[in-house]
Design a protein around this ligand. Sequence first.
Ligand code: SF4
Length: 167
Amino acid sequence: MKAQDEGANEVTIFDCIPSGNFLKRTDLILTDDEKKRIVELATKYHEMDHPMGVIAMAYVNSPEGVGCFGARTQFYMTAYGDVNPCDFNPISFGNVRDMPLDAIWHKMTAHPDFKIHHKTCRMQTPSYRAKYIDVLPDDIKFPITVEDVERYRAEHEKAAAAAAGTK
Ligand code: SF4
């Protein structure tokens, strides 16, 4: 394997998590069968007598693995101090220039949608994206606060209800 020839000790395979400039590209999320194929390839490699590790995030972030790390064992802080559940999730729970980090962590981990252990990658999960990503305007600047997401969601639901009422 080329990576091992280059001296790598481990290869991590990240399947697509729509974020940043790819935020709305949910068409790039692998199907369950495609993820299964990656996990099978990683497993096959592990079973070989081979010193290099191969980690498939399709397995790690699955219900059979660890699920989602965000707001459970990790957070991500931007260079500007905004604290998000992870580097792929653009929802901020506060900025360390305004709030102590432990208070932001408490706010994040006490939130009804984040205090529960999510068994899959939130950013790859349609129900999470429907609530936190799909309701955002296309020209939004990130990160966005969780309070602003809730405001956009309320506006989105109001517009949808008004549209349904006109049919
Ligand atoms: S949403 Fe969860 S599983 Fe997905 S990249 Fe972030 S921490 Fe990892």
